[in-house]
Design a protein around this ligand. Structure first.
Ligand SMILES: *Cc1c(COP(=O)(O)O)cnc(C)c1O
Length: 377
């Protein structure tokens, strides 16, 4: 819908773009329904309910007096720590303002017009994380959506969908909003099938939460596949979503290309300090992961009790099938101060995505949901 005189002059990819819909902030809902912020629970953006490690808070407080200075544009200290953490070279790491920033860099570097001005294409799965098509379409790439298999990525079909002009394939492992994942052998076979000149992005935003022994850490394959980019984030298990920091792991050559288009100071100084401190407290991450698995169990038991189906998830969120359009239920939950996430924009109109929060938050969300469904019956 044209909304200003300059609409027709916007890049063609941008004209058809629908912006990302984030979870509603607590302060916004508090204003809308006239409820105190402390009574509102947000289970809409897969954040860590424990928040960041106390070490992060201490490090950030100490950094506050230095904020007149530009941050380290090369994120030297953080990349050194990450290189040690992953057993790779600092030159293989691209740090972003959230891993979304890295996803965007990938699209800009590999999905813009080709050398002779031709349009290229990109492959991703139905129900996949919304940022892949968003960043890809913005730079003018043609989107190839591959139908999902049991809500998850159909890697065989995705490999078959790669065309001569395909430059990037996106794999979310696990995927958001479905929580589905692909196993070691299937992903390795997929990497072997994809031509060397096509970039494979494996987005591992939720890797810390996955307990299954068949789940692959794709960074083990970086040397074997120079076209592989693995993305990670501090937003989820590390509890730093508000700081905006994530990174990509790749070959040195690919990292060099990504760093060419990166803004000189894309990652602020507080985020850098926070990430370094977060890496130094693995026990905090483990506490969050343990809490998540215990609470995920309780949530899915509650769904079972309500006779609701859900998509089995290895992340810190779960999409439950309400068996009816989810939007009215979402709105009713909001009226009671419970923020969840409708996922109709992902092709899942009957599902509601609920992040796993603190025990009392999960309990209250279930209570309210139960009451809403009962009143309907
Ligand atoms: C939350 C999420 C991210 C992380 O985004 P940040 O920009 O690092 O906060 C990346 N990928 C997926 C699939 C996600 O759900």
């Amino acid at each position: 819908m044209p909304n200003c005189d300059l609409y027709t002059y916007a890049a063609s990819g941008v004209q058809g773009l629908h912006p990302y819909q984030p979870g509603k902030p607590i302060s916004t809902l508090a204003r809308e329904i006239g409820m105190d912020e402390s009574n509102i629970i947000k289970l809409a953006s897969n954040e860590n309910p424990l928040g960041p490690s106390p070490k992060v808070n201490a490090a950030v407080t100490a950094q506050l007096s230095e904020q007149a200075r530009y941050p380290d544009g090369g994120t030297v200290e953080l990349r050194a720590q990450l290189a040690q953490h992953h057993g790779c070279k600092a030159e293989q790491i691209t740090v972003g303002n959230g891993s979304n920033d890295v996803l965007d860099l990938i699209a800009r570097v590999f999905l813009g017009e080709g050398v002779s001005g031709e349009r290229c294409s990109t492959v991703f799965s139905q129900h996949a994380f919304a940022v892949y098509p968003l960043s890809s379409q913005a730079v003018g790439a043609e989107l190839i959506t591959v139908p999902a298999k049991q809500w998850g990525h159909d890697l065989e079909a995705m490999a078959a969908a790669v065309r001569e002009d395909t430059r990037v394939v996106w794999v979310a492992n696990p995927n958001n909003p479905t929580g589905t994942w692909v196993g070691h052998d299937a992903l390795y076979r997929f990497l072997q099938q994809i031509p060397a000149e096509v970039v494979v992005v494996v987005d591992e935003a939720y890797i810390e939460f996955v307990a299954d022994t068949d789940y692959p850490d794709s960074s083990q394959w970086l040397e074997e596949f120079p076209n592989l980019i693995v993305t990670r984030t501090f937003s989820k298990a590390y509890g730093l979503a508000g700081y905006r920091i994530g990174y990509g792991l790749s070959s040195e050559g690919v990292a060099d290309l990504l760093n060419r288009v990166r803004q000189p100071f894309n990652v602020n100084a507080l985020a850098q300090v926070a990430a370094i401190a977060a890496l130094d407290d693995p026990a905090h991450v483990e506490r969050g992961v343990a809490l998540n698995s215990a609470e995920m169990m309780k949530m899915t038991h509650a769904f079972e009790h309500l006779k609701l189906e859900w998509i089995p998830s290895v992340g810190n969120f779960v999409s439950v099938d309400l068996g009816q359009p989810a939007m009215p239920i979402f709105a009713a939950l909001e009226q009671q101060g419970v923020i969840t996430r409708p996922v109709a924009n992902y092709g899942l109109p009957n599902h509601l995505r609920i992040s796993i929060g603190l025990p009392e938050e999960n309990q209250r969300s279930i209570q309210v949901l139960t009451q809403i469904l009962r009143e309907q019956a």
